[in-house]
Design a binder for this molecule. Structure first.
Ligand code: NDP
Length: 335
């Protein structure tokens, strides 16, 4: 079997030498365990945080340890009741081709109900994040304006599509002409702004003539600075991610000061609330029902960016942090 371990803690942008590919051997499953072969590995922005030793909501990956991650896997051997050879599961196996895992933490999946690659994207953790953050904190109403960045990615693309289903106006922010065209034409957002243009803040203001009622925060940085003055009274801001800062080596900077932010929170009666998807697990059933139905009838669109082979993972991961991905980033490890 092969795995990728953390060779060094990235300083700023991760580089090839921060990762190391290793071969290793696995024994037979102990009672309660299964032997898994990974089919797809999910690459997600949160992994950048785990590569750092800064204090966060989850422990860091130790140097020399397999990098964390979720996979869709097939059971190759089982010593666990209820699991048979050939079963398909979701597992937190990490960046590895094979793993011995306790059956307790696994979730069985039925390939007949949804394509496997959606289980790590629109119907998996990122999709659930969009759904739960929007339902719990954003709560868009008909006629309101909802803004989201990283709008072609698995979180942002679903945020906008769900906002549309609620009767709100969806305004996306994405990097580059191709992603912008996809967000508008394929995903059906009402407007889209390229955050790479110099006049992004003016363009955003023009695209939000009635201000912003819900800003689903995926990126921070210059986008947040452009959004903040446009927030309406009683606006809601689910704080989901701050990817613009993940590779930062110094404290994030910007024109908006903490007192300026606090003044806005008070005078506009804003709700800013951070969340991690698993805080909101009680939305799981509603999410699977509603988004599952949207996938089956084709009204919810999604796209995946799939590279092949475990050794493609570091490049694919580094590219995602810079916006080189187009859709949910997956690595195909086996058929
Ligand atoms: P994506 O697949 O959308 O990939 C990240 C995207 O971020 C890039 O493609 C790029 O898109 C965009 N981006 C990177 N840097 C910047 C920047 N400086 N300004 C604007 N956009 C930038 O990622 P996901 O959909 O998986 O995740 C989106 C966000 O949600 C991340 O911040 C992630 O950490 C967060 N998240 C939070 C969870 C939680 O539980 N709180 C769970 C899952 C995700 P583009 O080219 O369009 O700029």
């Amino acid at each position: 079997a092969r795995r990728i371990v953390l060779a060094a803690r990235p300083q700023g942008e991760p580089k090839e030498t921060d990762f190391r590919s290793e071969t290793f051997t696995l024994g037979e499953p102990e009672p309660g365990q299964v032997l898994l072969e990974s089919l797809y590995l999910s690459l997600d922005p949160y992994m950048r945080g785990r590569m750092s030793d800064a204090k966060s909501y989850a422990p860091s990956v130790a140097l020399g340890q397999t990098i964390v991650g979720e996979v869709v896997a097939r059971v190759l051997a089982s010593a666990a009741p209820g699991y048979a050879v050939g079963d398909l599961v979701l597992a937190h196996a990490g960046w590895t081709t094979h793993a011995l895992m306790d059956a307790k933490g696994l979730v069985k999946i039925d390939p007949a109900t949804a394509p496997l690659e959606t289980r790590l994207g629109v119907l998996g953790m990122p999709g659930f994040t969009a759904y739960a953050g929007l339902r719990e904190i954003g709560r868009p109403r008909a006629g309101e304006t909802v803004v989201v960045a990283a709008a072609s990615g698995p979180v942002g693309s679903l945020v906008g599509q769900l906002a549309k289903r609620d009767g709100a106006r969806a305004v996306g922010i994405a990097g580059g002409a191709d992603k912008c065209a996809y967000v508008k034409k394929e995903l059906g957002f009402d407007a889209v702004i390229d955050h790479r243009r110099d006049d992004m803040a003016q363009a955003l203001a023009a695209a939000c003539p009635d201000g912003i009622d819900v800003y689903f925060e995926n990126v921070g940085g210059a986008v947040w600075e452009a959004v903040f003055p446009l927030l309406n009274a009683f606006a809601r801001v689910p704080v989901c991610g701050l990817i613009a800062d993940y590779n930062g080596t110094s404290a994030p900077s910007g024109d908006l000061t903490v007192p300026g932010l606090m003044r806005g929170v008070l005078t506009k009666r804003l709700t800013l609330r951070g969340f991690i998807n698993y805080d909101l697990e009680f939305y799981r059933e509603d999410f699977l029902r509603e988004v599952g139905a949207g996938l089956r009838d084709g009204t919810i669109r999604h796209t995946e960016d799939i590279s092949v082979g475990l050794d493609s993972a570091p490049q694919a991961f580094m590219g995602m942090l810079k916006g080189r991905n187009f859709g949910k980033v997956l690595v195909r490890l086996a058929q």
